[in-house]
Write a protein of this length. Sequence first.
Length: 356
Amino acid sequence: MAKIELRQLHKSYGHHVAVRKLDMEIVDGEFLVLLGPSGCGKTTTLNMIAGLEQPISGQIMFNSTDVTSVSSFRRNVAMVFQSSLLYPHLSARRNIEASLRHSGLDETEKQRRIAETVRMLDIAPLLDKLPSQMSGGQRQRVATAKAIVREPAAFLLDEPLSALDAALRLSLRSELVNLQKRLGTTTVFVTHDQVEAMTMGDRIAVMSGGRLEQIGAPDEIYNSPATLFVAGFLGSPPMNLISGEVAAGWFRGDGMSVPVAVPPGPATLGIRPQDMRVVSPDADSVLKVKVFALEHLGRESIIVGEARDGAKARVIVAPSFAARVGEWLGLMPDPARCLLFDASGLRIPFRAPVAA
């Protein structure tokens, strides 16, 4: 097992900076998710942990030992990629055996590891099949077996589920989490899918533009986003973000007013769609929107409204809620659930007033 520390890790390609002075500690035995949009630096970070790429500067520590210049093979990590990367001419059994070819283990120990891995992943029926004879999910199970059988210090997974259909992703998601908890192996999982991040990770590290925006437990990241980027990126449907000004103890923007006890100045108010309610568009201090679309999801519906400036706002309503495209509605936020962000994008702590 491994405790992994990244100290001021920096990587660039020509004039493009992929990872900027990254500091991060990955606890021994935890499941950490690197989350962010394409190009944010998460895969580059994973590749540097693996030793597949060298940083321009900074250090990578495994259990307090500097491995920055140590080869990938000697770091004792195992990677699983989006593509299963199986040898097409070898059976599943031979693919798994190939991971132990240079391990130095005797044959008895090799067969013990293979048998245990096959049992854990329930892939015995696949052992004599070629990759071309397997489904996408089966290939990923075999690729995972290739990683597990080495008993590495850390598992590194780069979007291993993104090429699979939705039902299979859901199934393999829970299998991977269950497997990681049983093995207790330090795991770093890269994804741009926030549902994967929220449901799989012990902690989530949100990245943007090569920087670490925030790291914490899923509930912390969701309920207390540290930056405007995290607030807007995490959540489905996304958080409503309304630009405005704070003056005399009130936030005002787009006709909406919310009491806030913070210093005056430009600010952005964030409110989750489930924390707003629909009221009359003639009510005071509400966000007035014209219904742009109504999305029915079975157990709930989402109204997509368009404000006068063209900005979109979303509110979750009961599936029986009736609304017509083009109809004007008022949206009223719950002041106790509002978040505020300053002009630089950092969250402004404040305590919402207690209702009388």
